[in-house]
Structure formats: structure tokens, C-alpha cells
Design a protein around this ligand. Sequence first.
Ligand code: ATP
Ligand code: PRP
Length: 202
Amino acid sequence: MITIALAKGRILVDTALKLRLGGLELPADVEDTRRLVVADEEQNIRYLLAKPVDVPTYVEHGAADLGIVGKDVLYEKSADVYELLDLGFGMCRLVVAGPEHTDLSNVSRVATKYPRYATEYFRKLGKQIEVISLQGSVELAPLIGLADCIVDLVETGRTLRDNGLVVLAQVAEVSARLVANRRSYQLRSTEVDHMVSRLRTV
Ligand SMILES: Nc1ncnc2c1ncn2[C@@H]1O[C@H](COP(=O)(O)OP(=O)(O)OP(=O)(O)O)[C@@H](O)[C@H]1O
Ligand SMILES: O=P(O)(O)OC[C@H]1O[C@H](OP(=O)(O)OP(=O)(O)O)[C@H](O)[C@@H]1O
């Protein structure tokens, strides 16, 4: 049996679609069940429904052989896993955003859910910043003077627009990735390769 950790939430519907298009028989209720482990007995696959930020942890520790999660989470967690495939959905951008005309060379406080990305981005610009760590609604921080700007995901741009903020710079492009545990990649290479080729052709 091979175990795959899937990120619950925003990317789960597209993840299930991709797996089904790849010929995998996911249980019909996978997108809205409260069960955290769902099995496909026929194909000998077990799916773990995990919080996105925890998917790299399950894979790194071998609790799952494979995982599907956004590149943003993967990079931020710097998990020791193999990244096998860009799955081509969950597309968005990680950006620096703030009030129009913000001068990035004058920024000192940056609000974000992504401290690693933010610190590294500004370090490359030669700037040391103070990270204000938030868990959501990050756009609020520059509006009320908690931070000079934010590092956050943008998809349609609506959240920025509705809050009078603009993209100041792009940090990274984000999409869902297939990752593998390092040992599983070696010891279960037939099953892993099979999964990669199923998902690659979709
Ligand atoms: N517009 C978007 N905003 C946020 N994440 C997006 C967007 N588009 C795609 N994604 C992907 O979806 C993932 C976030 O999913 P989701 O919002 O369900 O997780 P979360 O932030 O952990 O949520 P929560 O904290 O509410 O459980 C991101 O890691 C990213 O890879
Ligand atoms: O460009 P848009 O299409 O507006 O999408 C971007 C917004 O979506 C995400 O927030 P989410 O809805 O996950 O809520 P959160 O702020 O609580 O993380 C992200 O953090 C942005 O705030």
C-alpha cells in the first residue's frame, strides 16, 4: 500500500480532479468528508487529508510516501523531500505588496505568513527586515500601520485591490507539486514512478 498526503482546503478539489484524470479511483466524498484517512482498496492507495502546512512533515518523516502541496508551503517549510512534478494547478504568485509608491529600500517591517521567503527576498536586496508573523488576512497589517508592506499570495488580485494595495515585486510563482519521501523514492521506486507517469500525462 502506498500512502499519499493531500493538502485539505483550497487545492483539494483540483488535486482530486488531477488524480481522477490520472486514473485513480478516489472515494466520491473525498472533497467533503471529515475522515482524515481514506483508502482506495482496489488500487492499494491510502490518502491522508492533512492541513497544507503539515503535508511536507508527513512526507519527510515517511508517514506518507508521496504528498501533494503548494510550492509556497514546500519552500517555507524547507522540508527534506524530493520534488518530483509541477502539477500545473493551484497557480498563484507570492509577491511583495503594499501601498502604491512604497519604496522597497525604505521598508523595515514586513507582515507575512512566509518568514523564510520574506527574509530571503529582502536579504538579496541587501536589507535586513523585521518580520511580523501573521496567520491570515495579512493585507490588514499595512492598512493600520503594523507593517510597511506584506509578502503574500495573490491570485486574482481582488484582495489587494479591495484594500487599496498594489503588487510591488514578485517573489515566486506558486503551483501544486508532487513530492516524495527520500526513502520511498528509492525503496518503492516502481510505485512512485508509476504515480509520476500517471500524473505527468494528465
Ligand atoms: N489565491 C490563493 N490564496 C492562497 N493560497 C492559494 C491561492 N491559490 C492557490 N493557493 C494554494 O493553496 C494553498 C492554501 O490553501 P488553504 O487556504 O486551504 O490553506 P491554509 O492557508 O493552510 O488555510 P487555513 O489556514 O485557512 O486552513 C497555498 O499553500 C497555495 O499553494
Ligand atoms: O488575489 P486573490 O484572488 O484575492 O487571493 C489572494 C488572497 O487569498 C489568500 O487568502 P485566503 O483566502 O487563503 O485567506 P487568509 O488571508 O486567511 O489566508 C491570500 O493570502 C490572499 O489574501
